[in-house]
Design a protein around this ligand. Sequence first.
Ligand code: GDP
Ligand code: MG
Length: 268
Amino acid sequence: MLQIVIPAFNEERRLPRTLRELRRHVGVHRGVLGRVEVIVVDNASTDATAEVARAASSAAMPVRVVRCDRRGKGAAVRAGLLATDAELVCFMDADGATGLDALEVAWRHLLLGADAVIGSRGLAESDTAARHCRTRSTGAAAYRRIAGRLLPGIADTQCGFKLFRGDLVRSVVTDLRTAGFSFDVELLVLLRAAGARIEEIPVTWVDVPGSTFVPARHGAGAFAELVRIAWSTRDLARPVPAGLAGLGGAASLSTMPVAAALPAGGAG
Ligand SMILES: Nc1nc2c(ncn2[C@@H]2O[C@H](COP(=O)(O)OP(=O)(O)O)[C@@H](O)[C@H]2O)c(=O)[nH]1
Ligand SMILES: [Mg+2]
């Protein structure tokens, strides 16, 4: 079985369409995906997120609602992943920004031996026609540079689509401490330290209006989280990803303590 976790903070407007498209997609691709259950994590919403989620439940694609009172996407995804018990576990955003074809592609990669497959907007084949405003793009570029030091070889840590071996992700997510938007970085660092094979796949990605990420409000917090992740994981083993093993620069970066790889004085 595949369980799909959807973190949702006040998503009554964007969630119904996402669940509708997901149900249609799962119906068409049932032969590949098998049984699919959705777990919507209602992240202390003050709107009808839980109600619209429950209303979308059907025999073909059951939708369960889990409540998480601790705010933040990281806290919500952690709660959702801990509520899973399937062999395959995925999370994706409530706005349906990532093309759902990524599900079958990621599923095949897992079948061929990957432990985690992450959607990417940073590969040559990625299709990300509509982009965010310039302020956010500039911030995102700086963020990617720092995240890239912690996770050599990974072009995009922040895409809201990731698929995992269930037992593995459940075993590391208990240690996840980052409650905000930078949780992806900590999760990937923990997975890599656990020896996971992480593969990045290109996705089709559209900017869906109504983003809950407000650069002015969440940007600084996301950078601060990055610094904390670098510090708190400084003693973890950082295995060199197989594809980078021969590359001097990347390999030496990945073996140096992460804190040392950060610019002096923090990330900001
Ligand atoms: N901003 C925010 N988003 C949350 C929170 N908890 C869960 N989320 C979900 O995290 C996802 C973030 O996606 P989105 O708002 O589209 O951000 P973007 O795609 O990065 O612009 C959505 O599914 C949100 O509902 C929270 O506390 N704050
Ligand atoms: Mg989005």
